[in-house]
Design a binder for this molecule. Structure first.
Ligand code: HEM
Length: 350
């Protein structure tokens, strides 16, 4: 085993793999850039996150003040914090684009089922990164958003209450919750993300890039990954740095007021944009539905849909069946429209 690994992990073996790698060229090739872009933004998160760690203090007494210190006293601290926050949001956006493009291009067909499954796990990890990171500045908005978010988890029958206590480190959102979220955000999640990103990328290298089944009969050209495609990736990453720098400079990330657990919740409290479509759905569901608690039904439905994501590659087969292809396209378009419309409604309503 060791010899086998040594042989494959030697520099010359990696160079040989890189030289052999090719990317299919067709009218949908643009979507191949989004996985790499997500990976780049993840790297930005790691680097800026480590820099923030040099000054951040994870306690209810010090967290807010330490972030205030970072943005007012530390040289370029405001820039690093803003880039970390903007890049987190851009990364979630590129991740959603990557997921939907892989879905519509049917890149999950055999032999890429496990690549898809590892991707779904990464989606959940990234969402947990967002949720745990949001509380860390210990400001008013984050405090109440976390209260509402963990309350929603607590509604699930049987597992909800223990999950809520586990997440909060007690019955309420307190300093114990902050310390816990910090642990998830800087240790547990980065470690699991690194493992699953490694598996994901390894599988992508193993299977090569897929050609969408709709183009299978066409003559699809190829582009060398090194240097041609990689240089194009690089242009995208440089553009992303430009966008991040512009966003951070023009719209520095707000800190707001320090959290006060005894203050009343501010009116119209809303979660981060990527949770809005679920939050808005729960607002629309009547209190009682078919004799059950409407909110519980809504939350259960979202959990089931999330679990169904895992089995997509195993139910959409054999590939190439035109009726199934239509069905999955319709499901994908409805899901996408639903997310977009509900997010917009969530934004414009109070
Ligand atoms: C941190 C999150 C993620 C990172 C860093 C990442 C990275 C990548 C990269 C670099 C590629 C190769 C280039 C490309 O096709 O864009 C790729 C391919 C792929 N990804 Fe992801 N990905 C992530 C999340 C996901 C998610 C959420 C899914 C779907 C549920 C997914 C499913 C796939 C599949 C099936 C492929 C193979 C595409 C093909 O062969 O054409 N990934 N990913």
């Amino acid at each position: 085993m060791k010899d086998w690994l040594d042989e494959r992990l030697s520099i010359s073996a990696l160079v040989a793999i890189a030289q052999k790698k090719e990317v299919p060229l067709h009218r949908h090739s643009i979507w191949y850039y989004f996985g790499g872009m997500t990976l780049f933004l993840f790297t930005v998160q790691v680097v800026t996150g480590i820099l923030l760690l040099l000054y951040y203090r994870p306690s209810a007494e010090n967290a807010f003040e330490s972030v205030q210190f970072i943005i007012t006293e530390v040289q370029f601290g405001w820039l690093i914090r803003s880039i970390h926050s903007w890049s987190a949001n851009l990364m979630i956006a590129t991740l959603f684009i990557h997921l939907f493009s892989v879905f519509f291009l049917r890149a999950y067909h055999r032999p890429r089922e496990i690549t898809w499954v590892s991707g779904v796990i990464l989606l959940f990890i990234v969402i947990c990164f967002g949720f745990s990171g949001y509380l860390l500045p210990w400001n008013k908005l984050a405090y109440f958003a976390t209260k509402v978010g963990t309350e929603i988890a607590g509604v699930i029958p049987i597992v909800g209450r223990p999950a809520l206590r586990f997440l909060r480190g007690g019955n309420d959102v307190t300093g114990a919750t902050l310390t816990r979220f910090f642990g998830f955000h800087v240790a547990v999640l980065p470690a699991t993300a690194t493992v699953f990103i490694a598996i994901h990328i390894l599988l992508v290298q193993l299977h090569g890039m897929s050609v969408p089944p709709s183009l299978a009969k066409e003559n699809v050209g190829k582009m060398k990954f090194v240097p041609n495609f990689l240089l194009r990736d690089l242009i995208g990453w440089i553009l992303a740095i430009g966008v991040l720098a512009a966003l951070a400079a023009l719209f520095p990330w707000e800190l707001g007021e320090k959290a006060d657990p005894f203050a009343p919740a501010p009116a119209g409290i809303k979660p981060e944009w990527y949770f809005l479509f679920m939050f808005q759905t729960l607002k629309f569901i009547p209190a009682k539905l078919l004799g059950f608690d409407g909110e519980v039904l809504g939350i259960m439905a979202f959990n089931i849909i999330a679990l169904l994501l895992f089995i997509v590659p195993f139910v959409d087969r054999p590939p190439g069946n035109p009726r199934r292809r239509l069905l999955f396209n319709v499901i994908g378009v409805i899901a996408l429209l639903y997310i977009v419309v509900m997010t917009i409604i969530g934004y414009v309503t109070k």
